[in-house]
Ligand binder design. Structure first.
Ligand code: 5GP
Length: 179
């Protein structure tokens, strides 16, 4: 019999049922705010994929979805703010109501880049919905209209978030234990 490897899990910061409740509440709020428009959700790959797919199912107003993939230069734990677009949007966003859906805002530098880049394309409105935010780590002053949870300064995995591409499939958000 082989013994399954123990994941490098630290404290569970957001349990599955809290995630579900918050995503339902965010979906309701967004549905009311965008009731009169055709919202374009922009998911930032890969981390936001689980959050986006759950959130989208809770939005009752008309919406479309598109994706961007970005890579931030820097160390494993610190982004530099110099961002490279790996996959751009498929559609123009001029005149559209756009909501960026992010997994986590840490320094805010990646989001600052995305806001500037997408803002230059002339959307009618451009807002942000982030599942997690670490306010203590912020370097760039970015406005987040919808926030799931504020967490302390630690590296988290699960619910789409990875460590070296693993652990995205965990149904909750946990701290990565020191290796
Ligand atoms: P920022 O530019 O805000 O410093 O970094 C944003 C990106 O860094 C996020 O979209 C995410 O990909 C990654 N990131 C920041 N903090 C964490 C974390 O605690 N866990 C994981 N898995 N990724 C993180």
């Amino acid at each position: 019999m082989t013994i399954a490897p123990v994941p490098p899990l630290g404290e569970i910061l957001v349990e599955e049922d809290r995630l579900r409740e918050r995503v339902v509440a965010l979906g309701r709020e967004i549905s009311v705010d965008y009731a009169e428009s055709e919202l374009l959700l922009v998911g930032v790959l890969k981390g936001a994929m689980l959050f986006l797919s759950d959130l989208m199912r809770e939005i009752t107003s008309p919406c479309e979805v598109d994706f961007m993939a970005v890579a931030s230069y820097g160390s494993a734990t610190d982004s530099s703010g110099v961002v490279r677009i790996l996959k751009d949007l498929d559609v123009p966003i001029e005149g559209r109501d756009v909501l960026i859906v992010e997994d986590i805002v840490d320094s805010g530098l990646t989001l600052q880049y995305l806001l500037r880049n997408l803002g230059a394309r002339g959307p009618r409105t451009l807002e942000v919905c982030a599942l997690l935010t670490k306010p203590e780590r912020r370097k760039a002053d970015v406005a987040i209209r919808y926030t799931g949870f504020e967490i302390r300064d630690c590296f988290v995995i699960g619910y789409g978030l990875d460590h070296r591409e693993r652990w995205r499939n965990l149904p909750y958000v946990a701290e990565l234990a020191a290796e």
